[in-house]
Design a protein around this ligand. Sequence first.
Ligand code: HEC
Length: 133
Amino acid sequence: MKFFMFSMLALSFLGVSCNKEEKKSKELYPEEVVDPNDPKVIIEQGKELFNSNKAACYTCHLPDKKVIGPSIQEIAKIYQEKNGDMFAFLRQKAEPIVDPAQYDVMKANFAIIKTFSDEEVKSLELYIKSHLK
Ligand code: HEC
């Protein structure tokens, strides 16, 4: 019985301290910042994926300078000007509109892009489009 009471006491303490933790994290991260539908959060996820070794987009696409592939700004600009569907392109359902002559180099990436979820592909698109000036 003593043990039982002790456990109940311990449990209620635990409860109190958990609540405190919860309050603290809400103060540190107001809800709108961690809203998974917030474009800012999605862009941040896209940026992480773009620069990860898994996706490796960063090896050919720099923000503002052409290297092997067109710059991210250039891609964003042309997609806006031509009202292109980047999601469809990344799913191989639309033709290249930025530099079709170099399409074969980009094509090699579809093997890995295929393994990404729709959410991941959308986050890459949003990240690229966030470079519009
Ligand atoms: C090996 C180099 C290389 C890597 C890695 C690479 N790209 Fe590309 N990418 C290119 C080249 C070259 C082009 C220009 C050809 C073209 O327009 O399709 C291009 C074009 C594009 C375009 C414009 C397509 C269009 O409509 O013409 C998008 C969007 C794009 N890349 C996204 C990505 C994303 C997202 C990743 C990472 C998953 C990635 N690229 C990884 C080389 C690369």
